[in-house]
Design a binder for this molecule. Structure first.
Ligand code: ZN
Length: 330
């Protein structure tokens, strides 16, 4: 087995950074959700725990590597929001204090992954900051963040930032081909997932075509009659991953309306909603589309920032804007 190969091949360059012995104790892996940061960070953790090779390389053969593969490594700690909780609590950070200051079981490093970092409560974050300021020996923090800009500066300044970028479509396609037998769905998933391979993989293996069809059905009904307003505002937010995607599709639809208007003959983002976008472009002013674009994008930001505001209300208010601006029954 080639040890340098990561299962998320687009992060090969980032992996090389961790090949040599490193003398820092904290790293923030930042980038959008759905590109494989967690998978990558787990591989780095395994490497930091392995005794046989320098840096964050894993030999895949020693006791440490075997224990890690069995999810049973005594010096590895994964901290994420507890089930049904939105945040990482102060209690979860308190529980780390003992292992942090004791020596490791296998005599090598202790590795702590926090995923995602921005989910720490204020108290948890304050407490964790002390650990970062006075790092115990042989303790390494691998911190994952989907929203680096929202993190406290005090934490950011004590960790090395590792930028994790979206792979290009060619890389995703090659990888997707290895992940799935549903080859016919790859192109659609590639287009719809917007550079996020793990979202694409989910789509390929599930009913992405159905999701898209449902979306088109919902949005046409909303525009035509508005009768499904309450139903849609209740149903869509139930699945946060596809919720963001649906909002992106709403923006795409508006962009297609504008393309029909200003760049006729140019390729649309989506052919399958062409009937809707061309109709709307002929019947409504561009200002309506620009207005809704702004509203839709800020709603996307709200959902992406995990606000505590009730999701169904946010969505409902956006859909009302849609009905008022481009609805046929208004
Ligand atoms: Zn090993």
């Amino acid at each position: 087995m080639n040890n340098s190969t990561v299962s998320v091949p687009w992060f090969e360059k980032e992996k090389r950074v961790f090949k040599n012995p490193l003398n820092h104790h904290a790293y923030i892996f930042e980038g959008v959700e759905g590109i494989g940061k967690t998978v990558f960070t787990l591989e780095i953790a395994k490497g930091f725990l392995c005794n046989s090779l320098p840096g964050a390389e894993a030999c895949n053969q020693c006791q440490s590597c075997r224990l890690f593969d069995q999810f049973n490594h005594p010096d590895f700690y994964l901290i994420k929001p507890e089930e049904d909780k939105k945040q990482i609590s102060i209690n979860q950070i308190r529980k780390l204090q003992e292992p942090l200051y004791e020596s490791s079981f296998l005599g090598s490093n202790k590795v702590f992954i926090i995923n995602p970092l921005e989910k720490m409560s204020r108290e948890a974050s304050d407490s964790f900051l002390k650990n970062l300021e006075e790092p115990p020996e042989n303790s390494i923090f691998l911190l994952i963040s989907h929203r680096y800009q929202t993190l406290p500066l005090t934490i950011k300044s004590r960790a090395i930032k590792v930028n994790m970028n979206k792979p290009d479509n060619k890389q995703i396609k090659t990888w997707l081909n290895l992940q799935t037998d549903h080859k016919s769905k790859i192109e659609t998933a590639l287009l719809l997932s917007k550079g996020k391979p793990f979202v694409a993989a989910e789509m390929v293996n599930f009913e992405i075509d159905d999701l898209r069809l449902d979306f088109i059905k919902d949005i046409s009904e909303l525009i035509k009659t508005g009768n499904n307003l309450l139903e849609v505002s209740e149903q869509w937010p139930k699945d946060p991953m596809t919720m963001l995607l649906r909002l992106e599709w709403m923006s795409d639809l508006l962009m297609d309306c504008l393309r029909h208007r200003f760049l006729p003959g140019q390729n649309l983002t989506f052919q399958d909603s062409d009937t809707i976008s061309s109709y709307l472009s002929q019947h409504f002013e561009s200002d309506n589309f620009f207005y809704l674009l702004e509203k839709t994008n800020s709603c996307w930001n709200l959902f992406n920032s995990d606000t505590n505001l009730r999701a169904d209300y946010q969505l409902q208010s956006l859909l009302v804007d849609w009905i008022e601006s481009v609805g046929l029954a208004r």
